[in-house]
Structures are given as C-alpha cells and as structure tokens.
Design a protein. Sequence first.
Length: 222
Amino acid sequence: MTGTAKPFLRVLIADDHVPTRADIRRVFDNDERFVVCAEVADAPAAVKAALREKPDICLLDLRMPGGGLATVWEITARLPNAKIVVLTVSDDDADLFTALRAGVDGYLLKTMNLNRLPEALTGVCSGEAAMPRTLVARILGHFRQREPRWRKPLGDGSAQRLTSREWEVLELLAQGQSTAEIAECLVISSSAVRVHVASVVHKLGVPDRAAAVELFRQRSDT
C-alpha cells in the first residue's frame, strides 16, 4: 500500500536582485518539501502573484522596488493565511520593528546560510518565528528598556489606565514624531493616532498633546 504524498509548501520569492533570487530558488529546488510557485522582482508583481497563486509562504525582500513593507501590508490584509517572511540586508531596528508591526512571521538576514532557509520556513508553517538570535535579543532588550518607564505614574496616576497603544503614541510624540510619522510607524491611520492622542490628553488631565509630552518627559527623567 502506498502512502499519501505530503503536499508541497508553495513559496513566492520577491527580490529585485537576480543572483539572490537564483540562489534562493536553487535551495528550494533541491528540497522536495517545497515548490516555488512564483518569482518576481518588485512589490506590485509580488502582490499580483500572491493573489493569483495563493502561496503558503511569501519570502520578501524589504527594499525591493515598490517597497517590501507595503507588500507585507497588502498581502497580510488580503491573504491572512499566508505566512510572510522578510529576507533582507537590513538589521536596522526601525525596519525590524516596523516589519513586526506589519505582521510578518519571520525576519531573516541575507547574511545567513541560505541552505538553512527550508528549515526556517518549515518552522514558520508550524507556528514558530524565524529570526536570528541576535535580533531576538535586541527585541527583548527593547522591551526591557521601555517597560520600567511605562510603569512610572504620570500626574495623579491616571496614566496607569493608558492602553499599550496609547503609551506607544505618547512615547513617539515625545520623540518629536508627527501624526503622519506615528501612523506609519505603528501601521495605523492618522485619524486613529489623533483618537489615541485625544484619549491620552483626557486621561492625563492636561490641556493638549504638548502638555502630555512635557509630563511624560518629566517623569521619564526622574
């Protein structure tokens, strides 16, 4: 009696660097668990191919023409069951955290041994995250640094009732970011940012966002 063959994991590769695409495809062609269903060079083509092929995994370059992050947002919105893994040269914190907020399932660096890609992506499909240990450590460090400051009382203690998102908005305001910049960073609309700001101002009992920022800075420096 013959067993039932396991289905392939279908992978979409999106990267504008032809040699990199060739190297990645070679890895998957040599692994019977995977089949490359599409190979494209820019963001619009990636979205179009994803909607057409409905891959199990989208492996996306962050800096391809049209924007890798824009591709992540579009595919996650329209194909919520697809796994999204970024493969990039950027280990910049801003790119990392923005990608995570956009909903990626993994963030890998092109400096990795590409022969390890199949195991990393198999793990993602099993519910694991694909990320170098060095980046995991930086994420943990990021939250360790932020958490004590978040818990400091502001004003009469009303800030204890701020939501996590309101704390994020308040901290970004204190960094001097505009409404549009905060919206882009948190992957929300500008109107949503304004709603969060209004809520922060109300809860802190201050007249405006500038006063909220000043109160936050005073407490953060103590």
